[in-house]
Design a protein around this ligand. Structure first.
Ligand code: SF4
Ligand code: SF4
Length: 325
């Protein structure tokens, strides 16, 4: 069974870095190269979740298929290995999402999709089978309906993709939480359920109370991991993540990570241009000139471990007595 660290990047030991030989070689040469692009194809969404961290963005903004192909070509040029196709906004409502997945797959990019689970249909199976993993979100206030059931029936038929659920737990006694965990436990191709709280809410919800609820109902929790989103560190002046795993949003802007909406007190629920690193067409220059984002302005960093690890790797002179591991 996989260690659950396989399914996470924020707030974990950055172990995947040492498995990436090309990245390690590049770090030896004091250069951070991009390995993942997080891409938001569209801001449009068919839902209106109260906790949406992008609730105040311009929902009409989207990248055209030509732009998505151009981003893919840039990715290939700069050595990116994988895309996470994500929101805010629902990627599956983009009119050319399947064409984009097919195109990126044809360029040997590994693909992941984060979706709200309302849109899968049988005629999408061929393209969806090209994903490496897919995380389907749900929350304490949605109910399992026809659209979600359709998606689940498609999921059941795609055996080669690693599916998972992300569940926003808020302590609602009338939720479908137990049903969702039971569904996850009954699907061989659903590897895990990530249970989180609303990180922008003032309300204190300990996700371990979700575990208590499951235990009380004798539901197997071996697929679950419980995250507490208020655990974060400080931003770092040289934010290495900003070049390792930049985020490209529907406006075409590049942002340094997926947590920029959380940097404003009380949550801005949209992207503040202060955090923009420029247009995606400038990414090759950003890499060439190692133009890192200055994370001194960030007060909620979920990638502190990554940034510290990469910092020590790139500045080995800061560490003495290296023989004494
Ligand atoms: S499904 Fe995702 S993008 Fe859409 S409103 Fe909900 S949280 Fe926001
Ligand atoms: S929160 Fe700031 S310092 Fe941390 S990864 Fe994001 S941009 Fe970088």
């Amino acid at each position: 069974m996989q260690d659950k660290i396989s399914y996470q990047s924020a707030n974990v030991i950055p172990v995947k870095v040492i498995y990436d030989k090309k990245l390690v070689n590049s770090l030896h040469n004091k250069k951070v190269i991009p390995r993942v692009f997080q891409i938001t194809p569209t801001n449009a969404c068919d839902l209106n979740c109260v906790y949406c961290c992008c609730g105040e963005i311009d929902r009409k903004e989207k990248l055209s298929i030509e732009q998505l192909k151009e981003i893919t070509d840039i990715a290939v040029k700069v050595g990116v290995k994988a895309f996470v196709i994500t929101g805010g906004g629902e990627p599956m409502v983009h009119p050319n999402i399947l064409e984009f997945i097919d195109y990126a797959h044809s360029k040997n990019i590994k693909l992941a999709l984060i979706t709200n689970g309302n849109h899968f249909k049988d005629d999408m199976i061929e393209t969806l089978s090209k994903l490496q993993w897919c995380r389907i979100s749900f929350d304490d206030y949605r109910k399992i309906d026809e659209k979600y059931r359709n998606t689940l029936s498609v999921v059941k038929k795609i055996k080669n993709v690693n599916f998972s659920f992300s569940y926003m737990y808020d302590g609602n006694p009338d939720s479908d939480f137990l049903k969702i965990i039971n569904i996850a436990n009954s699907f061989d191709n659903i590897s895990h359920v990530r249970i989180v709280n609303d990180s922008l809410s003032e309300k204190y919800i300990d996700t371990m109370t979700a575990k208590e609820k499951l235990d009380k109902n004798n539901i197997d929790t071996s697929k679950c991991f419980f995250k507490y989103q208020q655990q974060y560190g400080a931003g770092q002046k040289k934010c290495y993540m900003s070049l390792l795993k930049p985020r490209i949003v529907a406006s075409g802007d590049v942002y340094p990570c997926c947590a920029i909406q959380y940097q404003e007190k009380n949550g801005l629920k949209k992207y503040n241009k202060v955090f923009s690193m420029g247009h995606y067409s400038d990414i090759p220059n950003m890499i060439e000139n190692q133009r890192f984002f200055n994370g001194n302005i960030c007060n909620q960093c979920y990638y502190e471990n990554y940034n510290k690890f990469l910092g020590y790797y790139l500045e080995p002179e800061k560490i003495t007595d290296k023989e004494f591991i």
